[in-house]
Write a protein that binds this ligand. Structure first.
Ligand SMILES: Cc1ncc(COP(=O)(O)O)c(C=O)c1O
Length: 380
């Protein structure tokens, strides 16, 4: 066995180019949302084939604004997969609405369309399919079941991912993305909203800036910078800084390269790990282009040499970081108390919570790192 390595679960690719990019806003002094954020928005929109992209501070704040823009409030229900990052559910509570969980399919870790059908009521104001780990949810199947309910895509993990020839963020009514360092491209923290609807786009850009009728940049560079804007709605300060925008401009241009490199190594893992009968690797059906934010396996404890957590422990000792894919939100203390649900009400989400295991796949790994991960897994 080769020498021990230390392989983190994820590491962003940032360096000289990003360093140079942040100098410009620092030197000009325009540091809040301005020309760099606009450029990043434009590039992001072009890349994802959407009319509008609106930058914010995170995917969580993007999701929040999406629901606000759709008018979600008290008495409304919003459908959320039970296996996702907690903020997909939290933002429904921010709006005073009710979270309705839907189970997931462990083959894709995405929303189970058959279960969705049973969760729709006259109060359903939006559905939030999550494109988990970079694999798009089956949007056509969702639309077939709920043709008139707005769809907010949680594409936090899915920049550059595709479904039937269209990019994530261009599949529903509003798309939401994250630029947290564990995502394929990063701005430190950051998020993006996408939409093809002019009215929604205008509302979102006001909502992220306190509800102001014009942006700070427009006002400062306009003919009357001394006149404060009017405010026609209650908004928030969810503005991305131009420092982040400058980094985003550099990162978005690398997205295709990052994904194609990840695709090559995902193929390598799928091929090399096929002989391990206790470890199920992701399957990507025809018509999907995976964004590979994470490579998430499923441990079959009926055959594995130890529980999922024991395997994670052994890998940690070998210097290989792993994580559960994410968590089942209905099993978290707050939601357990709030919703009085039993953990077995969502068997797919519970199984994914207990048996999913992300192994390292990112753009700072060497061929030797991938070989090492495969060899250690084979040796268990
Ligand atoms: C599915 C999903 N939704 C939302 C988020 C929240 O993203 P952010 O950290 O940018 O708020 C994440 C982050 O991990 C996520 O994985």
């Amino acid at each position: 066995m080769s020498e021990k390595r230390n392989i983190p679960i994820s590491l962003p690719v940032t360096g000289e180019e990003e360093w140079q990019a942040v100098k410009e806003p620092l030197m000009t002094g325009w540091i809040t949302a301005g020309p760099k954020v606009r450029e990043f928005e434009q590039l992001f929109a072009e890349k994802h084939g959407v009319k509008h992209a609106i930058a914010v501070t995170s995917a969580t704040t993007a999701l929040h604004l999406a629901l606000v823009a759709l008018g979600v409030g008290k008495g409304d229900e919003v459908i959320v997969p039970a296996f996702t990052w907690v903020s997909t559910a939290n933002i429904v509570l921010y709006c005073g609405a009710r979270v309705v969980f839907v189970d997931i399919d462990t083959a894709t870790f995405n929303l189970d369309v058959l279960d969705l059908e049973t969760k729709i009521t006259s109060k359903t104001k939006a559905i939030i399919p999550v494109h988990l780990f970079g694999l798009c949810a089956d949007i056509d199947a969702i639309k077939a079941i709920a043709p008139n309910i707005p769809i907010v895509e949680d594409g936090a993990c899915a920049a550059g991912a595709m479904y039937k020839g269209k990019y994530a963020g261009n599949l529903g009514d509003i798309g939401c993305f994250s630029f947290h360092p564990r995502k394929s491209i990063t701005t430190g923290e950051g998020g993006m909203l996408t939409t093809n609807d002019d009215g929604i786009a205008e509302k979102l850009s006001m909502l992220r800036n306190h509800g102001a009728s014009v942006s700070e940049e427009q006002r400062h560079h306009g003919p009357k910078p001394y006149i404060l804007p009017d405010f026609n709605m209650v908004g928030y300060n969810y503005r991305m800084t131009d420092l982040q925008g400058a980094v985003g401009v550099v990162q978005i241009k690398k997205l295709d390269h990052f994904i194609s490199e990840r695709q090559n190594w995902a193929d390598f893992y799928i091929k090399e790990l096929a002989g391990i009968d206790w470890l199920l690797t992701p399957k990507v059906e025809e018509g999907y282009k995976h964004g590979w934010q994470s490579f998430v396996t499923f441990v079959d404890e009926s055959k594995s040499p130890g529980t999922r957590n024991e395997i994670m422990e052994k890998l940690q000792e070998a210097g290989i970081s792993t994580r559960p894919g994410t968590h089942a939100v209905h099993m978290l203390n707050y939601y357990k108390d709030l919703m009085k649900v039993d953990e077995n009400d969502f068997p797919g989400a519970k199984a994914a919570n207990n048996y999913s295991m992300a192994i390292p796949l990112h753009n700072r790994m060497s061929p030797e790192d991938y070989e090492y991960v495969v060899n250690i897994l084979k040796s268990l």
